[in-house]
Ligand binder design. Structure first.
Ligand SMILES: [Zn+2]
Length: 238
């Protein structure tokens, strides 16, 4: 089969996978992912309750190297339900709700940086097992979509500079200390890293809980010589 110019077979495979996801989504009955009323993936009442309110994320015991982090919202209520449905139940159409919220967090962080500073957003990577379980990477498309809603003076790009190596357990239920040891050494650089001289790096994650994941990702990037100026999350537990 011939590919269209500039289109590889992996592009087709990715598009087909996305089509399957959308088709599966359309075939499911639409109940609000937050309150379970029928009528749509997110009812009007819940949609109107899903609002960004940027704040500093303050984990109870921030681990060493935890970067200054702005979260777009608290990890609670409707947003929690929407994020879980998007991330764990493959309801990818909810991207249109989550992306503008993350964009508000990104804008709040970018406003604190000099206007002429070049900025690279680095999403925290998921493990291969998590991607397989979830039907793909949930964070990178969210960051890319959010960036389309961000209007700032700085040139801003997205780079998946890190990848996650296998070995970490699901962190659900682990103590803060156990989370840190669980995630230590789990991020490594991808090949063909972009030049980051003179570039400020913002690490981006979906949820901040103990802060262990962001601290590990930021520490790995600093070790690669990156100038990490902070982090942005969609939501924070505290
Ligand atoms: Zn609802």
């Amino acid at each position: 089969m011939n590919s269209a110019p500039g289109f590889s077979m992996s592009n087709f495979a990715a598009l087909n996978a996305e089509l399957l996801r959308v088709a599966a989504d359309l075939m499911l009955p639409a109940y609000c992912v937050s309150c379970s009323r029928s009528g749509g993936l997110l009812c009007l009442g819940c949609a109107s309750a899903c609002r960004a309110a940027p704040r500093r994320a303050h984990p109870a015991h921030p681990p060493p190297g935890f970067p200054t982090c702005i979260a777009a919202s608290a990890y609670a209520g409707v947003l929690r339900s929407v994020l879980l449905a998007y991330k764990e139940h493959n309801r990818r159409r909810l991207l249109c709700v989550l992306a503008p919220m993350l964009a508000i967090g990104l804008s709040a962080a970018l406003q604190n940086l000099p206007a002429n500073e070049r900025v690279l957003l680095v999403p925290v990577p998921s493990s291969r097992a998590a991607r397989r379980h979830r039907g793909g990477d949930h964070l990178r498309p969210l960051v890319a979509a959010a960036l389309r809603h961000v209007h700032v003076r700085q040139p801003v790009g997205v780079s998946s500079m890190l990848r996650a190596v296998p070995g970490a357990r699901d962190s659900l239920g682990l103590s803060a200390v156990a989370r840190r040891s669980n995630i230590r050494g789990r991020f490594v650089p991808r090949r063909g890293l972009p030049l980051t001289d003179g570039v400020s790096v913002l690490v981006v994650d979906d949820v901040v809980t103990s802060g262990a994941t962001l601290a590990e990702a930021a520490g790995t990037l600093r070790g690669l010589g990156c100038h990490v100026v902070g982090a942005v999350a969609l939501a924070a537990v505290s």
